[in-house]
Write a protein that binds this ligand. Structure first.
Ligand SMILES: CC(=O)N[C@H]1[C@@H](OP(=O)(O)OP(=O)(O)OC[C@H]2O[C@@H](n3ccc(=O)[nH]c3=O)[C@H](O)[C@@H]2O)O[C@H](CO)[C@@H](O)[C@@H]1O
Ligand SMILES: C=C(OP(=O)(O)O)C(=O)O
Length: 426
């Protein structure tokens, strides 16, 4: 099993290229099931979740070919001429719950889908009832048996409908939007997710021939088509990776240029960093993030659906607040159990108390390295960030969480002066 060792205390300086967004690329890959293709996706991050999704699509009968990019990213070409299988098996969905985004495209294109129920995970129970209700409103018959959800379209195919999500769901909106693109007539999605990754998918569907209005708003109107075609689409930059490396610059008192990204993409996170005393300036190709002098100030944060502060940045900003002056309150409203990083940060010397959905962080003068482990992707990377700032050595275990979503993490950090290495322990 791999571990990452970090000797902290070095200010990071240099340039980090930002990869394409994992959470945009995953539904975009699934969108290949909607047409014979080919769908050519550029700037796809080379991370384990993407390899898992490409593997699943390959098993369903999609021709998948991957060409590596020069610095970051890869181009993936997908052609779903003949979808041979309609099952997303337990072993895969268990490891990567985002594989549930094949449900909408499969039932729309093939009339039948069988997807393992994802179940809970480290950050919460994460049901998919809103996805299933939306597909049922499009006419699908839904059955749950043996841990699988089976969805069947009526004889004439799915039919457009007026759907109101009870609460904002990102992959639920994506599943419904992809299914509606091949349904008969008009679908309106109310209380739809406005995340940039949902808009990226909608923009790609439009290039594939779908008619979609209200992209990026909470009301999305889709006119269904009999068939969609292939296209070429460049995945948008990863705003969570951008935010993570912005925190790396801030927490180490460094100066980084993050390229291939923009401040607009991380607005809510940038606002918090600036309020805390971090300098962010646009550059020709990205963002410069610097904190040369002075201690950071604690800032209160509440996670919310876009355009609010993203839950996927909560753990990283909490790591930053552990070394800020004064206190900060972080409230998690999206997932019920997303504070798994707290005890590990405390083992590194942080002062954090959790009261229900809120954590009070009282800044300390410094953190100290320790062996740590985390149970999800963003919690793991928050420990990497804490390790970069801590005195002494931090050993991060369960590195497979990081590999799910961060492309070349150690190489990107080491190129900017971090003392970081991956060791293979048998
Ligand atoms: C692959 C991907 O894009 N993952 C992101 C996506 O996850 P994901 O799409 O799974 O998250 P959702 O937006 O669906 O979840 C938001 C909340 O709604 C609840 N819910 C959701 C669906 C449902 O049918 N019933 C229900 O109760 C969830 O349990 C959660 O409490 O959005 C999350 C919220 O921004 C991010 O943290 C994830 O990184
Ligand atoms: C929670 C995340 O991913 P997933 O929805 O795939 O678990 C994430 O990217 O932080």
């Amino acid at each position: 099993m791999d571990r990452i060792l970090i000797r902290g205390g070095r200010a990071l300086r240099g340039r980090i290229p930002i990869s394409g967004a994992k959470n945009a690329a995953l539904p975009l890959l699934a969108a290949s099931l909607l047409s014979e293709g080919p769908l050519v996706l550029e700037n796809v991050p080379d991370v384990v979740d993407i390899a898992s999704m490409a593997g699943l699509l390959g098993e369903l009968g999609v021709d998948v070919s991957i060409a590596n990019g020069e610095e970051v990213g890869q181009t993936i070409t997908l052609a779903a001429r003949d979808v041979k299988d309609i099952t997303a098996p337990y072993d895969l969905v268990r490891k990567m719950r985002a594989s549930v985004v094949v449900l909408g495209p499969l039932v729309a294109r093939c009339g039948h889908a069988r997807v393992s129920l994802p179940g809970g995970c480290a950050i919460g129970t994460r049901p998919i009832d809103f996805h299933l209700k939306a597909l049922a409103q499009l006419g699908a018959e839904i059955e749950l048996a043996g841990g699988y959800v089976e969805a069947r379209a009526p004889a004439g195919g799915l039919v457009g409908a007026d759907i109101t999500f009870p609460a904002v769901t990102v992959t639920g909106t994506e599943n419904a939007m992809m299914a509606a693109a091949l349904a008969r007539g008009e679908t309106v999605l109310h209380n739809a997710a406005r995340e940039p990754e949902v808009a990226d998918l909608a923009n790609c569907l439009v290039k594939m021939g779908a008619e979609i209005e209200g992209i990026g708003t909470d009301t999305i109107r889709i006119q269904g088509r009999d068939r969609l075609s292939g296209t070429t689409h460049r995945v948008l930059p990863d705003r969570i990776e951008t935010g993570t490396y912005a925190v790396a610059a801030a927490i180490t008192g460094g100066d980084l240029e993050l390229t291939g990204t923009s401040i607009e993409l991380i607005k809510s996170v940038a606002d918090v960093l600036v309020a805390s005393g971090v300098e962010l300036t646009p550059t020709a190709n990205g963002i410069r993030v610097a904190r040369e002098n002075g201690r950071l100030a604690g800032v209160d944060i509440m996670t919310e659906p876009f355009p609010g502060f993203p839950t996927d940045m909560q753990a990283q900003v909490m790591a930053l607040m552990t070394v800020a002056g004064g206190a900060a309150m972080i409230t998690e409203t999206v997932f019920e159990n997303r504070f798994m990083h707290v005890p590990e940060l405390c083992r590194m010397g942080a002062n954090i108390n959790v009261h229900g959905a809120s954590a009070i962080i009282r800044g300390v003068a410094g953190l100290s390295g320790a062996p740590v482990m985390a149970t999800d992707l963003r919690a793991s990377v928050s420990l990497v960030l804490a390790g970069l700032a801590a005195e002494g050595e931090t050993e991060i275990n369960r590195v497979y969480h990081l590999d799910r979503g961060y492309e070349r993490l150690e190489a990107k950090l080491a190129a900017c002066g971090a003392e970081v290495e991956r060791v293979n322990v048998r």
